[in-house]
Write a protein of this length. Structure first.
Length: 452
């Protein structure tokens, strides 16, 4: 079976899959459109959150048998459509549940003991003890919303705190010795502390809103290590201002992009976020609750184990069939050698031609590379090669400087200016032409590298 890896993960993932007989390819930079052109060649893909796996992608993946997501959530995948096409979805919530549980507990202890605030005070030479008394977990009731892998792991770590732990989940009978399952109204009645551990679905979007918060009988501490879009941030801020929520530990934010790489689409920060970063009773972290050194390895191991369990036998059968086919081809070739074909045609009924298609994005990169390189060598002083790549600002700068050189050509400095611009163009043209198509795409088209 052929597997395409779309994100870098722990090296054990590829190492163990190779050892199990799977064929692994890596493609970490090509755009989604380019991947769609080649995805029909693969039986499986493994990714984190590089891009959405939607219907268009799944329709192009005609041979896809599984999608491995190195993480807990599957919200970036059209799960319903994938299942309709018989594609198995493999996630790894077991891999980072310990990390998430410990992070949630750490946030809670930090908030209730004012560690963020007192650390800053001590750094400034302020030594206040009475004003900074903390609050103990012992004797409190902790309500866990969403009692799956993460919720259970969090409850397990609360066993030594002499507190009462209750949980709410849409699935029945998920409670255990670490948490008593209750209704949502009972949780709102009893909880002093609330920790959210739900996946991102339509039903959990803005689950934590004004109506939900007002339904609690007591003010409470709130921890979210699940998904940012499950919380209406405006309503959360109002509850923090009114004191209904005593403090919040937020590892995830509503403003996050699905790629988790850039938090905001606009340069101006939302007003509610400006409030969150200014107050002492809010603790923020950049979606790293499940992002430990150990969890990176555990997540990869979970995915490997599940793929091997589900597909190793099929892969072994495929390998045997391929060996038989190769043996048949060899026998046919030997037969052809002993019995020459008078018509000089291939007498190999199992032969199938193999075509290696070049992705469109690389074809485009090659065209731009060639044109920009040639123009850079011959007309580089005018900056035309810059315009070919869309570097309009740099092109205008070179053009203006060269025009100044032409205008002042009656002086030696004019020839020097034009010559310097021509040299820049020559160097860049040569560099463009000597780059491979993939390197040229990565540096000059994808990452918009500037001079040279």
């Amino acid at each position: 079976m052929k597997i395409l890896h779309l994100d870098k993960n722990h090296p054990l993932l590829i190492e163990q899959l190779n050892a199990a007989g799977f064929e692994n390819d890596e493609n970490y930079y090509a755009p989604k459109e380019a991947i769609e052109q080649m995805i029909h060649q693969y039986d499986g893909i493994i990714l984190r959150s590089r891009f959405k796996i939607d219907k268009t992608f799944l329709d192009a993946a005609t041979n896809l048998k599984f999608i491995g997501r190195v993480g807990a959530g599957l919200e970036n995948i059209d799960c319903e459509y994938a299942e309709q096409k018989g594609i198995q979805l493999i996630a790894a919530p077991e891999g980072n549940r310990t990390a998430v549980a410990e992070h949630a507990l750490g946030m809670l202890l930090n908030l209730m003991n004012k560690l963020k605030h007192v650390d800053l005070e001590v750094q400034q030479g302020i030594w206040k003890r009475e004003e900074n008394r903390g609050i103990e977990i012992e004797g409190k009731t902790i309500g866990i919303i969403g009692y799956g892998n993460m919720g259970k792991a969090f409850a397990q770590r609360l066993k030594g705190f002499n507190c009462k732990v209750i949980c709410y989940d849409i699935k029945p009978n998920v409670g255990d010795n670490n948490a008593q399952q209750v209704s949502l109204s009972q949780l709102q009645l009893q909880a002093d502390i609330v920790s959210l551990h739900t996946p991102q679905t339509e039903s959990t979007f803005h689950l934590i809103n004004k109506e939900f918060i007002d339904g609690f009988s007591k003010s409470f501490w709130f921890i979210n290590t699940a998904r940012g879009k499950s919380v209406n941030t405006n309503d959360l801020v109002e509850a923090l201002k009114s004191g209904k929520i005593k403090g919040a530990g937020l590892d995830v934010l509503e403003y996050e992009k699905s790629s988790f790489e850039n938090m905001f689409s606009e340069n101006e920060l939302p007003e509610t976020f400006q409030y969150l970063i200014q107050v002492d009773n809010v603790l923020l972290s950049p979606h790293i609750a499940g992002w430990t050194i150990e969890s990176k390895e555990k997540l990869a191991q979970c995915i490997v184990d599940k793929i091997i369990t589900s597909f190793k036998n099929n892969n072994h059968i495929q390998s045997e069939n391929q060996s038989v086919q190769n043996e048949t081809i060899q026998q046919t070739n030997n037969s052809n050698q002993t019995q020459p074909n008078p018509y000089h045609t291939t007498q190999n009924p199992t032969y199938q031609p193999s075509y290696q298609s070049v992705p469109k994005y690389l074809q485009d990169a090659n065209s731009k590379k060639t044109l920009a390189g040639i123009l850079g060598i011959f007309l580089g002083h005018l900056g035309i090669h810059k315009f070919i790549l869309g570097y309009n600002t740099e092109g205008i700068i070179m053009l203006i400087i060269s025009l100044i050189g032409y205008i002042s050509a009656c002086f030696l400095i004019g020839y020097f200016i034009v010559g310097a611009m021509a040299l820049i163009g020559l160097i860049e043209g040569i560099i463009y032409l000597t780059k491979s198509d993939q390197d040229f795409y990565n540096e000059y088209i994808k990452n918009q590298k500037g001079w040279f």
